[in-house]
Ligand binder design. Structure first.
Ligand code: F6P
Length: 393
């Protein structure tokens, strides 16, 4: 097959999407074409698309041949308009105009099947049959764990790129998508503030962030939210709940016109049985944290005297709003820097597999399984203290 590229690089996006993924795809494709003269294969829907293609390609020699022929002949947008084609060779035009666009043009997926060693072996087999030089995996902790398994089970070169709004990867200072998500949360808090002030209300807003409170904490500092509750402090006990309510009360008595409480989705309560289920088949721990807190605070204020008794509490779960939207310049720049580092590592024969990371402001490749940067935990604690000092009344 004369027009099939010699040793292409493949890229996939996996797990929850994050703003800046398209900027990353564009940078990977353009650097491959413009700087290194290497073809870039975009794999649709993450590991799921990779496994679909692997199963198709392993059916027979003929199926593999047809797949390669399609990749070589239906390039760029021509390949992308064929939904059944899971691997598309990208050209300049196919990544044109997407730099800041939210989501991911190639699609992303969570893929439980990829946790099975047998499935990963199928993926390795396909990547070898396609003569892939390296695979770039862009995503959060689960996606990078899958990538690490590939490096242990095969000699395929794999480069991970941290993309998650959670900022819960502690080997890097920043992941692609965090800056945009914080901006979106600040925007959302501003809107809630307007209505909270008008009604002198308490708004409890639940943020994403998986098991960490990084996203909530950064957003609280940047938005001026009065209170932030994160999982790092351990499970919230009944005693702490009361203290939180007392603190809101004293702020309102002191003249606050409203209170915005940000609660990270990963917060636990102790005892969890306290948390009433929304329905009989829902386990207590699954109820949205914003509702749990809002119910508690509302009951607390109803038991007060005078005007405090009438204070109203409203919960909101901000949900997937936080993952969408146009990526900020900061995220697009980080995406370009990570893409450049990924390429430099791939083209350097002495380099191995690894993950791109931002450390002390510089981008560098760290090995899979690299320990957490101690500075990250220190910074979280520092941010909590800073927020407390900025928001006490
Ligand atoms: O990891 C990103 C994230 O948005 C988390 O903050 C959140 O817990 C989870 O993904 C939501 O996943 P899904 O999109 O599958 O509902």
């Amino acid at each position: 097959m004369s027009n099939y590229p010699e040793r292409p690089v493949a890229v996939l996006f996996s797990g929850g999407d994050s703003p800046g993924m398209n900027a990353l795809l564009r940078a990977i494709a353009r650097l491959g074409l413009n700087r290194h003269g290497v073809a870039v294969f975009g794999i649709r829907e993450g590991y799921r698309g990779l496994l679909r293609a692997a199963r198709l390609g392993s059916r027979s020699e003929k199926d593999l041949f047809v797949m390669k022929q399609e990749i070589a002949s239906r390039r760029g947008r021509w390949g992308l308009i064929h939904p059944e084609q899971d691997i598309v060779m990208l050209d300049h035009a196919s990544v044109s105009g997407i730099v800041g666009a939210g989501g991911t043009m190639l699609g992303s997926a969570r893929c439980l099947d990829f946790k099975k060693p047998g499935s990963r072996a199928e993926a390795v087999n396909l990547l070898k049959n396609l003569n892939v030089r390296a695979l770039i995996v862009c995503g959060g902790d689960g996606s990078l764990a899958g990538a690490e398994c590939l490096t242990k089970e095969s000699d395929i070169r794999v480069i991970g790129v941290p993309c998650t709004i959670d900022n819960d990867l502690f080997f890097t200072e920043m992941a692609i998508g965090v800056d945009t998500a914080v901006g979106t949360l600040v925007w959302a808090v501003d809107h809630f503030k307007d209505t909270a002030r008008s009604h002198k209300r308490i708004m409890v807003l639940e943020t994403m962030g998986a098991k960490r409170g990084e996203l909530a904490r950064l957003s609280a500092i940047a938005s001026g939210a009065e209170m932030v509750i994160t999982p790092e402090g351990g499970p919230v006990t009944m005693d702490q709940l009361r203290k939180l309510a007392e603190s809101i009360k004293s702020g309102m008595e002191g003249g606050r016109s409203h209170t915005i409480v940000l609660v990270a989705e990963g917060v636990q309560f102790e005892p969890e049985q306290y948390v009433p289920s929304a329905s009989p088949d829902q386990p207590p721990g699954k109820r949205n944290r914003a509702y749990v807190l809002a119910d508690y605070f509302q009951t607390f204020f109803h038991q007060q005297e005078g005007e405090l008794k009438d204070l109203e509490v409203r919960p909101s779960v901000l949900g997937h709003l936080q993952r969408g939207g146009h990526a900020t310049p900061q995220d697009c720049i980080l995406a370009a820097r990570f893409a450049e580092l990924a390429w430099n590592s791939i083209m350097d024969p002495s380099e191995r597999s690894g993950i791109t990371a931002l450390r002390n402001g510089r981008v560098e490749l760290v090995p899979f399984g690299a320990p957490d940067m101690p500075e990250r935990a220190e910074m979280s604690a520092e941010f909590s203290r800073l927020h407390a000092s900025l928001s006490s009344w």
